[in-house]
Design a protein. Structure first.
Ligand code: GLV
Ligand code: MN
Ligand code: MN
Length: 410
């Protein structure tokens, strides 16, 4: 039994490697929504789903889905899954590991007559790397789609509408991806923690209590470009110096207020070494356990940016591009995950909130959700050094299976 589990865990890790080879950049893993690499990843995952005994289809939003019927056809489904898109220069486990664990667990139930169907979903877009707005795959499934998203553009000016068509999807059919609450029993996702709590405590698995709420903004500081030699300091309107003040303030306020603020992207225009920066575009990602804290921090950061701009004689603009509210995991599903973890020999499972965002934040609109976290080395994630231990993958497989069993016998 232990040997079989070890074999399955190695297969899951080999498949993570195989998926990681599908990248638009040969030197850095990046696989974005509706790209040729997304197509190749969906095809590969669909083959693994079929090999596990699932019937497969790609839904109208590009999510790759598979289904194993329960003791009679057509029963509501317990959804298992995660996402297969990545951030730029990603690790190989964020999202992908959750999809592959779900397929392996579903395979364990092939032929079992469960009181619900099992469905595995590989969400098309959780990160928002291509179009700025995240959770597009899971929001389509949950039916919380906004039609103004069709006009979102990627870095090449391609709209989401065009990208759907280029991928072979018909935007008019999108509503057929929507799922109704009566079709779903719940949603379970296994995911690396993406933080150091488990690793620091030398523990393998945890149950997630809630997922942090997040908001993302595009910020713009507009000053005046000018000659780097000829323009005296008291006549400069340096957009980069002003943006830098704002960035430092974001860190200071985030620490003071107990929220998590990050500026991950900065674009300086016109970008000449001997030209004073005239315009800076930068991003803000702001998260907190509670939405009120998140919103209070956003308000204070934007006020402070306005005052930096007016003190320096510049203009500041902001545009919100993404918002997802904090989500509390379902108590019954959480209890099942805890039972699953206990079955691996951990009598007192760790429980904490997820600082990272997940597809469950969208799926919760149509089904109760819960999550199982696995330790990742040093808590490192969104980085090529993401790493998991094979023993933790084994424990996750057994805990995941036991969670499904607990729900089946509830
Ligand atoms: C998703 O990985 C996120 O940004 O939390
Ligand atoms: Mn991620
Ligand atoms: Mn993820």
């Amino acid at each position: 039994m232990a040997e079989a589990t070890a074999r399955e865990a190695h297969l899951v890790l080999d498949r993570c490697d195989e998926l990681a080879s599908i990248s638009s950049d040969p030197d850095h893993l990046v696989r974005v929504h509706l790209s040729p690499e997304h197509r190749a990843a969906n095809d590969l995952v669909a083959g693994w789903m079929r090999e596990a005994g699932l019937s497969t289809w790609q839904d109208a939003a590009g999510n790759q889905c598979g289904r194993l019927e329960g003791r009679e056809p057509g029963l509501p489904a317990l959804l298992l899954g995660s996402h297969i898109d990545t951030v730029p220069d990603a690790g190989r486990f964020d999202g992908m590991l959750g999809v592959l664990l779900a397929i392996a667990v579903a395979k364990r139930f092939a032929g079992a007559e469960l009181p619900f169907a099992l469905e595995v979903v590989a969400f098309s877009d959780e990160e928002g790397t291509r179009f700025g707005t995240a959770l597009l795959g899971s929001r389509a499934l949950a039916g919380t789609w906004h039609d103004d998203w069709w006009n979102l553009t990627d870095a090449d000016g391609i709209t989401l509408f065009e990208a759907f068509q280029d991928f072979g999807l018909d935007p008019a059919r999108l509503p057929s991806a929507f799922r109704r609450p009566e079709q779903l029993v719940g949603y379970l996702e296994a995911h690396i923690e993406q933080g150091p709590i488990l690793d620091d405590a030398d523990r393998q698995l945890a149950v997630v209590t809630s997922i942090a709420g997040a908001r993302r903004f595009e910020l713009t500081m507009i000053g005046q470009a000018g000659h780097a030699g000829g323009t005296p300091f008291d006549r400069r309107k340096d957009a980069l110096v002003a943006a830098s003040e704002v960035i430092v303030t974001i860190e200071r306020l985030s620490r003071e207020l107990g929220v998590i603020g990050t500026v991950g992207r900065v674009e300086v225009l016109p970008g000449g070494v001997n030209v004073i920066p005239g315009e800076v575009h930068f991003s803000l990602d702001l998260r907190a356990e509670f939405d009120d804290d998140r919103d209070d921090a956003v308000r204070r950061i934007l006020e402070s940016a306005e005052s930096v701009a007016s003190r320096r004689g510049l203009h500041f603009r902001h545009r919100e591009i993404y918002r997802a509210d904090a989500v509390v995991c379902d108590l019954d599903l959480r209890a099942a995950v805890e039972e699953g973890i206990r079955s691996t020999g951990d009598a007192d499972p760790m429980a904490f909130w997820s600082r990272a965002g997940h597809d469950g934040m969208a799926v919760v609109a149509v089904a109760p959700i819960a999550m199982l976290f696995l330790r990742c080395k040093g808590g490192i994630s969104h980085h090529p050094d993401e790493s998991v231990r094979v023993g933790d993958v084994e424990a996750a497989l057994d805990a995941y299976e036991a969670t499904v069993r607990a729900l089946a016998s509830a």
